[in-house]
Design a protein around this ligand. Structure first.
Ligand code: NAD
Length: 419
């Protein structure tokens, strides 16, 4: 954290996690300090003409935590609660995420403080195009490659690619990932994060001796990550008993039909009110009786307040940072396995890497090829994280962080310090 600033909780958590890995790896203090700081931060304030003719000024950030292993990579979030500290934490996690699956990227993240729920499509397009223009000096296929995050989607990425391409005078596909397939997106990208959650969750369940067809599952957050994870784990034979979104949750111990819940949400805008289900709050959902819990909404959901009451034997982190370090310790002591975010939700960035490769080569793969390569990368990464955790008698989060941090530190060691 830059000197003299008080960081937000999520950044404190990210730094605390890093400190744990750094101590176990016995890293040089100078290297540790470098890894704790973002390499580059850009904050922009910019105007957008609203539909009613007024001018509104928005604030956006783009943070590049590390470019030691390759261009910065990470999503862009549109949310009223976006802060620079949150973006810093998310950028740092992206560095570890790319390193843990061993793809040639560093970590970055962006965010705009806005409430997309009350903005029209035209306002969102103008906001995206202006924000893209403001951050254009530091993004590009070889510098920093944005992607979707909370409340941004393939359409947002299409506007971003188009705006960047207009400035360059030619189409630059590889400046962004998570764009629609029709303009160079990758098959399988939309489902990739949820698919990765299920691939790593199944690996963990297998090692814990859990039979997935006898497992019950609760999923917090029913967006791109949570809804896909719910669908795919149901397809593996598990019973999804609860899901939620920002308006609340629903529960049925006998099992919910995920496709029917999706149809209900598409019609009504929320999972709430799904016929045959009982309402549960987002807080209650986390402590329901179930075997597998998949938090897939926002940060800091599992804390020291509720960690002792969690029933699940296995937690697979679809969201970034859903568990605080204090909660992690409680869960570890209680023997609950946590597949950490930087491994569990790395399917998205892995297929983003595939999309970037396809964009540069102008040679596109089938969905089967994408899914097969994704499974191979995540299964290998899971094994490596598991071995690291075993060797150091620690949990999977520390194992994953140690693996990632050691890879980034090795890149620094071998490249050397300039000049
Ligand atoms: P999304 O916008 O598609 O979905 C978010 C979901 O969470 C929505 O259902 C929303 O209603 C719900 N939600 C919002 N606030 C909530 C609250 N307070 N309580 C419960 N639910 C709430 O976003 P997404 O892409 O699915 O991202 C979800 C999480 O996964 C984020 O932490 C994101 O950083 C992380 N993630 C996303 C990707 C990706 O490829 N999309 C990749 C890695 C990590």
């Amino acid at each position: 954290m830059p000197e003299g600033e008080k960081p937000a909780n999520v950044y404190v958590s990210a730094l605390e996690q890093l400190r744990g890995a750094v101590e176990k790896l016995k890293l040089d203090p100078g290297v540790a300090r470098l890894l704790a700081l973002p390499k580059r931060e850009l904050t922009v304030h910019f105007p957008v003409r609203m539909d009613d003719g007024s001018l509104q000024i928005f604030t956006g950030h783009r943070v590049q935590h590390s470019v030691l292993r390759g261009p910065a990579k990470g999503g862009i979030r549109y949310h009223p609660d976006v802060t620079l500290d949150e973006v810093r934490a998310l950028a740092m996690w992206m560095t570890w995420k790319c390193a843990v699956v061993n793809i040639p990227f560093g970590g970055g993240k962006g965010g705009v403080v806005c409430n997309p729920k009350v903005m029209s499509l035209g306002e969102l397009e103008r906001l995206t195009r202006r924000y893209t223009t403001e951050i254009t000096p530091i993004i590009g296929p070889e510098q920093d490659i944005p992607a979707p995050d909370v409340y941004t989607n393939p359409q947002t990425m299409a506007w971003l690619m188009d705006t960047y391409s207009m400035h360059k005078g030619h189409t630059v596909r590889a400046v962004v990932t998570g764009k629609p397939v029709s303009i160079g997106g990758s098959e399988g990208r939309v489902e990739a994060t949820g698919r990765g959650v299920v691939i790593t969750g199944l690996e963990a369940a297998k090692r814990l001796g859990m039979d997935i067809t006898r497992c019950t599952v609760a999923v917090q957050g029913f967006g791109n990550v949570g809804a896909v994870a719910a669908q795919l784990i149901e397809r593996e034979g598990a019973r999804v008993i609860a899901v939620s979104d920002s308006r609340g949750g629903i529960c049925n111990p006998k099992g919910l039909s995920v496709s029917a819940v999706l149809a209900h949400k598409a019609k009504s805008g929320s999972v709430v009110g799904f016929p045959g289900s009982e309402p549960v709050s987002n807080e209650e959902l986390l402590t329901l009786k179930c075997d597998i819990l998949i938090p897939s909404a926002l940060e800091e959901q599992i804390t020291e307040r509720n960690a002792a009451r969690i029933h699940a034997r296995l937690i697979v982190e679809g969201a970034n940072g859903p568990t605080t370090p204090a909660a992690d310790r409680i869960l570890f002591d209680r023997g609950i396995t946590v597949v950490p975010d930087i491994l569990a939700n790395s399917g998205g960035v892995t297929v983003s890497y595939f999309e970037w490769v396809q964009g540069i080569q102008e040679f596109f793969w089938t969905e089967e090829e994408v899914n097969e390569r994704l499974k191979a990368i995540l299964t290998r990464a899971y094994g490596q994280v598991h071995d690291m955790a075993d060797k150091h008698r620690t949990d999977l989060r520390n194992g994953a962080l140690m693996l990632a941090v050691s890879r980034v530190a090795e890149a620094l060691r071998i490249r050397g310090v300039y000049p």
